[in-house]
Design a protein around this ligand. Structure first.
Ligand code: C2E
Ligand code: MG
Ligand code: MG
Length: 610
């Protein structure tokens, strides 16, 4: 019995322990469940919080943000509503992204969304989007894959870039176009030419590079002002563009220089007609602000592949040909050739040697006598500059003065000639040659130089010559290039007593009005008129010379005729009252020593009897 009781109580104990264990387990489990529930709740809370934060950020973003889910726009922020111009009637939500994309970009956009869904990295592109009213605008779009409300979605950040694009295209335009005329500028013309050469190579076709420079543009600018000059360039551009074919390209190279690239086509050969028409179009009078202007132009043409293989070479050679066209009379077209090459080489050799021209004392002056027709005596001499070039030999001023004029060396040369000529004349006086006058030529670059007066002053002081015995010779073009400045400088010199002669009269851009206003003392009739004198009294040249003499005298100017080579020219001039002559008939320009013997041996009577 006791045994049975013991067994029963053990059983109860076991059951109790088991129950207690089960209860502990249950409690443990329920605690764990509770903890898990709390954690879940916290996580959910955090998620909601972060989603809210995200939503807030998105809402406040200045960039337009759109979320597309299951093919439709599911969410947009304020900036997007604003950018795509939502209004009551039209909403973004519910539309397909393709409905706010221009047709051109639709397939690209669809592909990019598909790729993101398949795990591609976020993308960035520039596209043209459509506002809800259908108007297009340029945008930059960033797309990324996201989850939205538990579903896969595409987030798009859209920014309006139309202003930036406009600015970019303005900058690109400015970088490639000339701001005044709107044609291509130097850089883009160069790029176009280089490209044309590659194309021409492929098809075996020629290319012409034409360099064009307006004749005497500077004078128009100086005389009528920059505004008129600018208008002239604009008109010239329009006229050229009108004549050119659509395959040609015109560019402004700076100042009054233009370049045209003309491509040959397989069907037509290059023809000079085109250049002729271009030149004619410029020659037509141009009316600006009530002024009727006429300009000529000089063309230089280099042909690819014969005259150069690269854009640089062709441009340089076309420029050289243009320069030659200017030198040989302007208002014409010159094709590049090997003579020009030789001329260029000579020019560069002159440029190099010019640098130390004065140090090497290779310059010298020749003097050409001027004879008074009244007395038969030598009244003076014109100082004519010469250069004993180390390789090229003796050079006349026409060969190097224009090059020296492009650098400041002309001022030093000019000062040297004035001083040397004054000293020479003073020295001759000491040697008993009498009180001769000396005429010195001035260069275009010297006149506006403020130093001209002081150069003259110091030459007069160092030589001791009286100012009346120095005459400065200026050409018409030189005087007209800046009338106001010329007048002031010349007035100062005239007041000092220096004489002023207008040289080569009749060959330049003459305006008779200036003859009265400029402080001149003499007029030199150009040798071209003298040499054209004829036995036929009615010949135009004869009439011109007679008129020039009368005109000069009516203005109280002394008249000198240049280039007198024959006695019949001499007699004609004498008969019509010309004051002085200068020319090979009496003597060529002479070295100083020879000049003094010619003066000593000169017989006035013999001259009067000629
Ligand atoms: P220019 O002042 O008209 O000088 C007259 C030119 O005619 C000189 O040429 C002279 O040698 C030439 N000549 C003189 N008599 C006759 C003749 O009977 N028949 C012919 N066919 N020609 C004659 P050159 O010495 O070659 O000078 C050319 C130009 O160079 C000058 O023309 C002058 O404008 C310029 N020049 C000369 N010396 C200087 C100078 O020191 N400085 C500057 N800036 N220019 C100068
Ligand atoms: Mg002269
Ligand atoms: Mg002359």
């Amino acid at each position: 019995m006791l045994n049975r009781d013991n067994a029963h109580s053990r059983q109860l104990d076991r059951e109790k322990r088991a129950r207690e264990q089960a209860e502990r387990l249950l409690e443990q489990k329920s605690r764990e469940l509770f903890r898990q529930a709390t954690e879940r709740e916290n996580a959910l809370k955090a998620l909601t919080q972060s989603e809210e934060r995200y939503r807030l950020i998105v809402e406040l973003s200045p960039d337009a943000i759109l979320i597309e889910s299951e093919g439709k726009i599911a969410f947009v922020n304020d900036a997007a509503r604003h950018l795509f111009v939502e209004n009551n009637g039209r909403m973004l939500q519910g539309l397909s992204v393709l409905e706010i994309t221009t047709a051109k970009f639709r397939s690209q956009v669809a592909d990019s969304i598909e790729a993101l869904r398949n795990g591609a990295e976020p993308s960035h592109s520039e596209e043209i989007a459509l506002r809800l009213d259908g108007s297009p605008f340029e945008v930059s779009v960033k797309r990324a894959f996201v989850t939205y409300e538990g579903r896969p979605a595409i987030q798009m950040v859209v920014r309006d870039v139309s202003e930036r694009k406009k600015l970019e295209s303005q900058l690109a335009y400015q970088a490639t176009h000339d701001s005044l005329t709107g044609t291509s500028n130097r850089a883009s013309l160069f790029a176009h030419l280089s490209k044309s050469l590659i194309e021409a190579d492929l098809h075996g076709l020629p290319v012409w590079v034409a360099f064009l420079d307006l004749d005497r543009f500077k004078q128009i600018n100086d005389r009528f002002g920059h505004q008129v000059g600018d208008q002239l360039l604009i008109t010239v551009t329009k006229r050229l563009t009108h004549v050119l074919r659509h395959t040609d390209l015109l560019g402004r190279f700076g100042g009054d220089e233009f370049v045209i690239v003309m491509k040959g086509s397989p069907t037509e050969t290059m023809s000079t007609d085109l250049i002729e028409r271009l030149m004619n179009s410029i020659r037509e009078p141009i009316k600006i602000e009530g002024n009727h202007l006429r300009v000529g132009c000089s063309f230089g043409v280099a042909t690819y592949p014969n005259d150069g293989k690269t854009a640089d070479e062709l441009l340089a050679n076309a420029d050289a040909a243009m320069y030659r066209a200017k030198q040989t009379g302007r208002n014409r077209c010159q094709f590049y050739n090997s003579d020009i090459q030789a001329h260029l080489l000579k020019r560069s050799s002159i440029e190099i040697a010019l640098a130390d021209i004065l140090e090497r004392e290779k310059l010298f002056i020749e003097y050409q006598p001027q004879i008074s027709l009244q007395t038969g005596m030598i009244s003076g001499a014109e100082a004519l500059l010469r250069w004993a070039h180390p390789e090229l030999g003796r050079l006349t001023p026409d060969e190097f003065i224009p090059i020296a004029e492009e650098t400041s060396i002309i001022n030093r040369i000019g000062a040297w000639v004035v001083r040397k000529a004054c000293e020479q004349i003073a020295e001759w006086e000491q040697h008993g040659l009498g009180q001769l006058r000396v005429a010195v030529n001035l260069s275009a670059r010297q006149l506006p130089e403020l130093t001209l007066s002081s150069i003259v002053e110091s030459a007069l002081i160092s030589s001791g010559l009286t100012p009346e015995r120095l005459e400065l010779e200026l050409t018409e073009t030189l005087m007209m290039s800046d009338v106001a400045l010329t007048q002031k400088t010349l007035q100062e010199l005239k007041q000092r007593g220096v004489q002023i002669a207008i040289d080569d009269f009749g060959t330049g851009y003459s305006s008779l009005v200036y003859l009265q206003t400029l402080p001149l003392s003499s007029l030199k009739i150009d040798k071209q008129f003298v040499q054209a004198l004829s036995d036929d009294a009615k010949h135009t040249s004869n009439q011109i010379v007679i008129t020039l003499i009368k005109l000069a005298h009516s203005l109280n100017l002394r008249v000198i005729a240049e280039g007198v080579e024959t006695t019949s020219q001499l007699n004609f001039l004498r008969q019509h009252g010309c004051d002085e002559i200068q020319g090979f008939l009496h003597s060529r320009p002479l070295r100083a020593n020879d000049f003094s013997s010619v003066v000593k041996n000169h017989s006035a009577d013999q001259w009067l009897a000629l």
